[in-house]
Design a protein around this ligand. Structure first.
Ligand SMILES: N[C@@H](CCC(=O)N[C@@H](CS)C(=O)NCC(=O)O)C(=O)O
Length: 224
């Protein structure tokens, strides 16, 4: 494979982390370019139809957007596979990857909720979702058993939010979900997952949440 890859990223973005983890798992060389999403460069807007990261620039002319698409593409153009061979199982993984994107939206609602009432409502919705995930999981250690796959790259960044949040505030969301816990623990120690963010990620994430002016901003400020 002789293509050159550049990943356009943001330091906090969980969708970026998915692509970074897949790049790392498949040992694909690439260049990473962080951008400021509050001040998007014109060249970025030209290659990102939705104005979102990640974008994967392939060679000199082509680029891809949407993290799930990027992960599958990277998987397909390199040896080995991080996606199930069986079409039904693959489709099921895609569905649960989408479920993971829903969880990310739920987490954003949680840390952005302006009032305690809305925060509690977001928290309850997330509890229900993680209960559904618990019911779907098998014996582990990864989503589909022994092998780390794209879907594991999707959930590593989701659980990372809770690692950081729970270091300063007791959210009580991931309760009574034993399989989720075991999966989360396994992902936390996976090298590709650990190294998908910089060492100062927890501080940056907490600073970001403190700056939201939300109910959770206050909780994080008190607990820190
Ligand atoms: N569905 C997209 C979501 C990507 C996304 O929401 N990225 C956020 C950062 S985490 C973004 O770039 N937001 C910029 C904006 O909406 O202006 C994917 O999977 O790639």
């Amino acid at each position: 494979m002789t293509r050159e890859f550049e990943l356009i990223t943001h330091v906090l973005c969980p969708y970026v982390q998915r692509s970074v983890i897949v790049l790392s798992e498949k040992r694909i060389p690439y260049r990473r370019t962080d951008i400021d999403l509050a001040n998007k460069p014109k060249w970025f807007q030209d290659i990102s139809p939705l104005g979102k990261v990640p974008v994967l620039v392939v060679g000199k002319r082509q680029s891809l957007f949407e993290s799930a698409v990027i992960c599958e593409y990277l998987d397909e153009v390199t040896p080995g596979s991080l996606h199930p061979e069986d079409p039904l199982e693959r489709a099921d993984h895609r569905a649960w990857i989408e479920f993971g994107s829903g969880l990310l939206n739920g987490i954003a609602q949680l840390y952005s909720a302006p009032t305690q009432e809305e925060f509690d409502a977001s928290r309850n919705r997330l509890r229900i979702r993680f209960g559904q995930l618990e019911n779907r999981l098998g014996g582990g250690p990864y989503f589909s058993g022994e092998n780390f796959q794209i879907i594991d790259a999707v959930y590593g960044p989701i659980f990372r939010y809770f690692d950081v949040f729970e270091s300063v505030v007791d959210l009580g969301i991931l309760e009574n979900v034993e399989k989720v816990h075991m999966w989360r623990d396994r992902l936390r120690t996976r090298e590709s997952v650990r190294k998908a963010v910089s060492l100062d990620y927890p501080d940056r994430l907490l600073a970001f949440v403190r700056g939201r002016g939300s109910y959770m901003s206050q909780l994080v400020a008190c607990g820190n």
